[in-house]
Ligand binder design. Structure first.
Ligand SMILES: [Fe+2]
Length: 290
C-alpha cells in the first residue's frame, strides 16, 4: 500500500500574483469563481489557491489507489486516536476528487486523503515541454517548519504509515542548527519533510512545496525565466545531499518558497535502504539568499 502526494491547497492574499506565478512556472492555469488551480499532468487540479489572509498551506492532499484503501487508511488513522472528518461534496468538487477525509498534523496542517482524482486530458506546456515527474511518485513534496522534528516524524510514521528516508542536521548561516526528518510513502525519496530550526511554525507552517521536471533543459529554462521576471531566488542552485535532487528555491507571492527539482533518486528497495544522518543539506550550492 503506497500513498502519493496528490495536491497542495494554499490560502493566498494575492490571487493575481499567483496567477502570474503559475504562468511563469509553465503549469496549466485555470481561474474561476471557485479559485485558482494549476495542472502539472493529466490530473485536473494539482494546486488550489483560495483567497485569504494566511498566505500559507491550507491543505495537503494525498491519494490512495482504491476505495478499499481509503477505508483502511480511515480506520487506521481513527485507530491512532486522530479526529477524522469527511470532506463535503462541495469540497470534493473543488479539489476534483471523488471523495476524501481530513485530519490535522501536530502543527495544525490539514491533511486530506482522497480517492480518484479527476482527469483533464493530456498535459501540454510550451514552457515545460518534457512535463513534470508525477505518476507513482505523486505530485512532489511538502517541507514543513517544525517545533519538534522527531514528534512530527513519529506522527508521519504512525498515522501516515510513512518510512524514514534520512535526517539532515545542518548548521545555518546564523550559527543555529537545523534538524530535519525526511519521510517517504512511495518510491519518491521524500513526500514530506519536517525541519526544526528553519522557520517559525507560528508564522508559516509550510516552508516550501516541491515539483520536479523530467528534463534538465526545462529545469534550466525555468530557472532563467523566473529570474528574468524578477522572482527572488531565495536559495541558489544546488544539489541535495540526501535525494541528489538538483534544485533551486524561489520565493512565491505567499510566505513560503517553491522548490523546483530535477534528477532526484528514488527508494526502490525498502529492505536495503538505510537511513543516515547527513551533516549538510547539499553536496554543493544552495546558498541562502534571505
Ligand atoms: Fe524540498
Amino acid at each position: 500500500m503506497t500513498i502519493k502526494t496528490a495536491y497542495f491547497g494554499f490560502e493566498v492574499s494575492d490571487m493575481d500574483a499567483w496567477e502570474r506565478y503559475g504562468e511563469l512556472l509553465g503549469v496549466g492555469v485555470e481561474r474561476s469563481a471557485e479559485g485558482l488551480f494549476f495542472r502539472v499532468d493529466e490530473k485536473a487540479r494539482r494546486v488550489h489557491c483560495i483567497e485569504g489572509a494566511a498566505d500559507d498551506i491550507a491543505w495537503f492532499g494525498w491519494e490512495v489507489d482504491s476505495i478499499e484503501e481509503l477505508e483502511q487508511r480511515r480506520n487506521h488513522i481513527k485507530g491512532q486516536g486522530i479526529n477524522v472528518e469527511e470532506g463535503s461534496v462541495a469540497e470534493a468538487q473543488l479539489r476534483g476528487v471523488d471523495q476524501f477525509f481530513h485530519f490535522v498534523d501536530l502543527n495544525g496542517t490539514r491533511f486530506e486523503i482522497a480517492h480518484n482524482l479527476s482527469e483533464a486530458g493530456e498535459f501540454n506546456s510550451d514552457k515545460v515541454e518534457g512535463g513534470f515527474v508525477t505518476g507513482d511518485l505523486g505530485v512532489g513534496h511538502a517541507a514543513f517548519n517544525s517545533n519538534g522534528h522527531l514528534a512530527d516524524e513519529k506522527f508521519m510514521r504512525e498515522v501516515m504509515s510513512a518510512d524514514l528516508s534520512d535526517y539532515i542536521y545542518q548548521p545555518m548561516p546564523d550559527g543555529s542548527m537545523m534538524h530535519a526528518s525526511f519521510l517517504h510513502t512511495n518510491p519518491r525519496h521524500h513526500s514530506a519533510a519536517y525541519a526544526e530550526g528553519l522557520g517559525d511554525v507560528s508564522v508559516n507552517k509550510l516552508n516550501h512545496f516541491h515539483l520536479e521536471v523530467n528534463t534538465l533543459s526545462d529545469f534550466g529554462t525555468t530557472y532563467e525565466r523566473l529570474q528574468e521576471a524578477g522572482v527572488v531566488i531565495a536559495v541558489s542552485l544546488g544539489q541535495h545531499s540526501n535525494d541528489k535532487n538538483l534544485t533551486f528555491y524561489a520565493q512565491t507571492p505567499s510566505k513560503f518558497m517553491f522548490e523546483l527539482g530535477y534528477g532526484g533518486i528514488t527508494i526502490d528497495d525498502e529492505a536495503s535502504w538505510k537511513p543516515v544522518i547527513h551533516d549538510r543539506i547539499s553536496l554543493w550550492g544552495h546558498e541562502f539568499k534571505q
